[in-house]
Design a protein around this ligand. Structure first.
Ligand SMILES: [Zn+2]
Length: 265
């Protein structure tokens, strides 16, 4: 069966997307085609919370990385999935990406499973601040660092390696002085329960699952493929490498996402 047939035969698709959707937009993937890390793993929640030095390193890299990450634009994969929603085929789109490019392309039935990088969250008072405004504050306090450049990393930071991040100033919350964290789920941190429950509620209404650009190596996404299989739903996947759910798939396309979905545009 072709992907086109698969989509035409089903009417309430539960769609899960991952990094492979956003790589053509200039946001690199963490993993190679075998599903292994291709770079040093991202910061963990425990490391971020545990040490000021880790937060200095994180925000210094983020200051440099955000300039490009914040300007990323949707590509054909995002546009094709927005077109699929416009056809009334989308029960829900759950994305593991934190770049908001599905929304930028016009999708609205979206759950940002791992949060969104365009907001900064205060862990003291839960105030959210746009990342763009915070960028100006970071740059103002760290003019030397703001002049640096480096390659992008997938979570919006940059491959910036300095011997010493201790001169980097990390502002606290303007309202309460609390610790600021990007409004994303870090490795080692749980996805908020209401987000997971909302996804499961929609999965229960779905008649098929479509996985786009994810190896499902992270359990927070893999569990939905397991649940879909338990429900007896057919599952199609587009991913350039192997996925953790390969044995559960009805069809599998090892092609770039935008190319595989181009028939929708
Ligand atoms: Zn606060």
């Amino acid at each position: 069966m072709s992907l086109e047939d698969f989509i035409s035969r089903h009417h309430r698709l539960f769609i899960l997307t991952g990094a492979g959707c956003s790589t053509p937009s200039g946001i690199p993937d963490y993993r190679d085609e075998q599903g292994n890390w291709k770079r040093s793993p991202p910061v963990t929640y425990q490391a971020f919370m545990g040490a000021q030095a880790t937060r200095q390193r994180y925000w210094a890299r983020s200051l440099v990385g955000w300039r490009r990450f914040g300007q990323a634009r949707p590509n054909g994969a995002h546009q094709a999935l927005a077109a699929l929603e416009a056809l009334g085929k989308t029960e829900l789109l759950v994305t593991q990406n934190v770049d908001r490019l599905h929304q930028a392309a016009g999708s609205s039935r979206v759950v940002d499973l791992h949060g969104r990088l365009d907001l900064v969250r205060c862990l003291g008072c839960e105030r959210r601040t746009p990342r763009g405004a915070f960028q100006a504050e970071l740059a103002g306090r760290n003019p030397h660092w703001a002049a640096l450049d480096a390659d992008n990393a997938p979570d919006g930071d940059a491959d910036l390696e300095a011997a010493d991040f201790s001169s980097f100033t990390v502002p606290g919350c303007v309202a309460c002085g609390g610790l600021l964290k990007p409004d994303v789920v870090f490795f080692g941190e749980n996805v908020p329960r209401e987000r997971v429950e909302r996804a499961y509620e929609h999965l229960a209404q779905a008649d098929a699952m479509l996985i786009i650009g994810s190896s499902l190596m992270v359990y927070s996404g893999y569990r939905f493929a397991q649940a879909a299989a338990r429900q007896g739903l057919p599952i199609a996947a587009v991913n350039l490498g192997r996925t953790r759910a390969d044995e559960l798939l009805t069809i599998k396309l090892a092609r770039p996402c935008a190319e595989a979905l181009a028939f929708l545009l």
